[in-house]
Each structure stands twice: as structure tokens, then as C-alpha cells.
Design a protein around this ligand. Structure first.
Ligand SMILES: *Cc1c(COP(=O)(O)O)cnc(C)c1O
Length: 400
């Protein structure tokens, strides 16, 4: 009998180690709907850390579509989309999303994570190469890990470094069959944008594919929130694969892959997360279709989220806060040490703000921050209250 091995003890030890380093993640409890002001851990607080950029999760049309579809189609799809769960609503969502995105084709998945993991795992394999931004989302990283493709990582947003790696790739023997450049569109911790037009140019020179993760760009960037490909006025011949999520600006849950017919047909037949896992409830598809319609009919929501972002950013800057490299409604408040970010988050929580400290290992050591995310339905009064709380907290802990 091997008494050294123990299947459970190390789990507790690992948790203890994380706790000692102050790295455990303990989410607060949301006790009602996700709104600009929500009940969290028993208190009404201004929520500045939700991905619900357009506040569509509580939009009456979206909620009604979900309830109605549940009544008609039941609670679950009964199967994977690939078997017996591909309802008319799932197919309609594919078509409506492709129209919204102005893409030849879209395929919806259960989550954005599963889209990346399933698709990236199949696009490239042995004899191929992925070239990836160093700050790409974990779901892309996991997808790449599932392949036998080579991986080259370029410095964050550094197109010279990318060009250099691509030149180097040309000398590889035997020649790579396929090369994909993969990038987040909006980087979630800094709120900065990928230099997608330059990336597309470099890719075109080498016959490489471009895969962009638009999770934080949809609903925010481009005409009426159509996303980053629209924002930069790029074509589907320049950006070959665009993925996104319905869990952020769309306010619900789900993921998608958009691009050519060849791309979505390939994904449908190869991505194991699509083939081997249960379909989204039909009601979720119906609600997402309703959310697309709200985006089309109420483009002022997108304008409001940008107006709120401009106001908050300028006020925070004028107070002396370092807001990093934000180019979107994600506004980091740079704090340096993890302790400082935690202190500031605790202080403003007492003042009625819900924000999250983002610390190592989510960001590099010494780059801890509070990540603020603005929504379209935050009022000016709520933003002023938030700014005042940050001002007091920032002064109290000596950050400004
Ligand atoms: C949130 C996010 C995802 C995952 O999307 P889900 O639909 O929530 O699984 C993927 N990529 C990026 C960049 C994200 O921010």
C-alpha cells in the first residue's frame, strides 16, 4: 500500500497556499438581476464590474422572448445540436447573427469559451503554426494546447514582433502548411484594441489566416455594436474567423463563430465542443435573437455606453488616476501592488460600489488594478457617486 500518495490532501494544501498568497477568488453573491444598481451580498450597490454593457439582460423584449420560447419549446433542447437538439430557434439565431455581423455565415455554440476551445483546437494541427498575442484569453490558449501545431507568441500588440515571427516562420523546414494569427479584439484586462488592420496586412503577405476574439468588442465597437471587424472596416477576406460571446453585451449566454461558409461548416463537423455537448436551451436562442433586434433598433444604447465611458475616464484622469491604455468601456485603475488594489476595492465597496481588484496571476505582478466596466444605463448621478467614492478612496490610500 502506497501511503505517500493521497488523492485529496494536496487539494486543501494548494488552496491554503493560494489563501496565504491572497490569491483565492471569492465571488460576491448577486441577489437579483444584473443591473446598474443591484443587490449584492445584502446591499444595494452600483455595479461597475459587469459585462452587461448594454444592460440587455433585463430588457423587456429579451426577457419576454425567453419566457415565450420556454413555453413553446420547453426548458431544454433535449440533445446536442449535432444530434436531436438543433431547433428552429438555434438555426434562426445563426442566420440573424450572420446578418447582423454582415458575415456569410455564423454558427452558435454554448459559450464563447467552448467556441475558442473547440475551433482553435481544430483549425491547425501538425505541420501548422499558431502565432498568438501574449495576452490572449485563456480559452484560446487552451484551444492551442489541444493541437500539435507549433506556437509562436508575439509581444502584446507588437506588430514588428509579429512580422519578425512571420518572417522566421517562412524559413521553417518543412514549410508550414497553414498559419493562423490569433488575437483578442479587445483585451479584457486593459481595454485596449488589437491592431487588426496591420495584423491583417501581415497575414495577407504570408497567406495566413486571421482569427479574432471579439468577446468585449461586440455591442460596443463598430456601427451599432457590430464588432471589431466592422469597426476597422475590414472584410471577411482579411479577417477569416471572428468569434464572440452572447454572455457580455448581448446580456445572455452563448458563443459564435462567424466567417465564410467553409469555416462554419468545417467547425460544425470538427469542433468537439459543438459536436459532443448539449445545445443551449431554445429560450436562450430566442432571447439572443431579441437582443440582436434591440441592438438594431436602439443604437443609442451603444452611444450611451461610450458617453458614460468618456465621462468616467476624463473625470478619473483629471483626479490623477492612472487609467492605463483603455480604448473601450473597460477602464483599468492602475494600483501597482495587489494590496493597494484590494484596499481600494474594499474602500469603495463600503461607499456602495461593486468593483473587482484584478491581481496576479490574472495580470503581471506590480500591475494590479481595479477594472471598471461602464454600461449604457448607468446614470450620470451614479457615475458621479462612483467618481466621488474613488476620489475619497484614492486619497485615503495615497494613490492620488
Ligand atoms: C469572456 C471571454 C470569453 C469567453 O466567453 P464566454 O461566452 O463567457 O464563455 C472568450 N474570450 C474573451 C476575450 C473573453 O473576454
Amino acid at each position: 500500500m502506497n501511503t505517500k500518495r493521497d488523492p485529496i490532501r494536496y487539494l486543501g494544501e494548494e488552496y491554503q497556499r493560494l489563501a496565504e498568497e491572497g490569491l483565492t477568488w471569492e465571488p460576491r453573491e448577486l441577489q437579483g438581476a444584473s443591473k446598474p444598481v443591484s443587490k449584492v451580498d445584502g446591499r444595494e450597490v452600483i455595479v461597475l464590474c459587469s459585462n452587461n454593457y448594454l444592460n440587455l439582460s433585463t430588457h423587456p423584449n429579451v426577457v419576454e422572448a425567453m419566457v415565450r420560447a420556454t413555453e413553446k419549446y420547453g426548458a431544454g433542447a433535449g440533445s446536442d445540436r449535432s444530434i436531436a437538439g438543433d431547433t428552429s430557434l438555434h438555426r434562426k439565431l445563426d442566420r440573424r447573427l450572420a446578418e447582423f455581423k454582415d458575415a456569410p455565415s455564423s454558427l452558435t455554440f454554448q459559450t464563447g469559451f467552448m467556441t475558442n476551445q473547440g475551433v482553435v483546437a481544430q483549425l491547425a494541427g501538425e505541420g501548422d503554426l499558431y502565432v498568438s498575442d501574449e495576452l490572449n484569453h485563456g480559452s484560446i490558449i487552451d484551444g492551442m494546447r489541444l493541437t500539435k501545431a507549433d506556437k509562436a507568441i508575439y509581444k502584446h500588440k507588437d506588430v514588428d514582433d509579429l512580422a519578425r515571427l512571420m518572417e522566421e516562420a517562412e524559413t521553417h523546414q518543412p514549410a508550414y502548411q497553414h498559419i493562423w494569427i490569433v488575437t483578442d479584439g479587445v483585451f479584457s484586462m486593459d481595454g485596449d484594441l488589437a491592431p487588426l488592420p496591420e495584423i491583417a496586412d501581415i497575414a495577407a503577405e504570408h497567406g495566413a489566416g486571421v482569427y479574432v476574439d471579439d468577446a468585449h468588442g461586440e455591442g460596443v465597437l463598430g456601427e451599432g455594436g457590430r464588432g471589431i471587424v466592422n469597426h476597422f472596416d475590414l472584410t471577411r477576406d482579411q479577417v477569416h474567423a471572428e468569434m464572440g460571446t452572447f454572455s457580455k453585451a448581448f446580456g445572455i449566454v452563448g458563443g459564435h463563430l462567424s466567417g465564410s461558409e467553409e469555416l462554419t461548416k468545417f467547425a460544425m463537423n470538427k469542433a468537439r465542443t459543438w459536436l459532443l455537448s448539449g445545445a443551449l436551451p431554445p429560450s436562450v436562442a430566442a432571447a439572443t435573437i431579441a437582443a440582436i433586434e434591440v441592438m438594431e433598433n436602439e443604437p443609442e444604447r451603444v452611444e450611451r455606453v461610450w458617453k458614460n465611458r468618456e465621462y468616467f475616464l476624463q473625470e478619473m484622469k483629471s483626479l490623477g488616476f492612472d487609467t492605463g491604455h483603455s480604448e473601450t468601456p473597460i477602464v483599468p485603475i492602475m494600483c501597482g501592488e495587489s494590496k493597494t488594489a484590494k484596499k481600494l476595492a474594499d474602500y469603495v465597496w463600503k461607499e456602495g460600489l461593486y468593483v473587482l481588484p484584478i491581481v496576479y496571476p490574472m495580470v503581471a505582478r506590480g500591475m494590479a488594478r481595479i477594472r471598471v466596466q461602464l454600461c449604457s444605463e448607468h446614470t450620470q448621478a451614479q457615475l458621479d457617486e462612483a467618481i466621488q467614492a474613488f476620489k475619497k478612496g484614492g486619497e485615503q490610500i495615497g494613490l492620488i
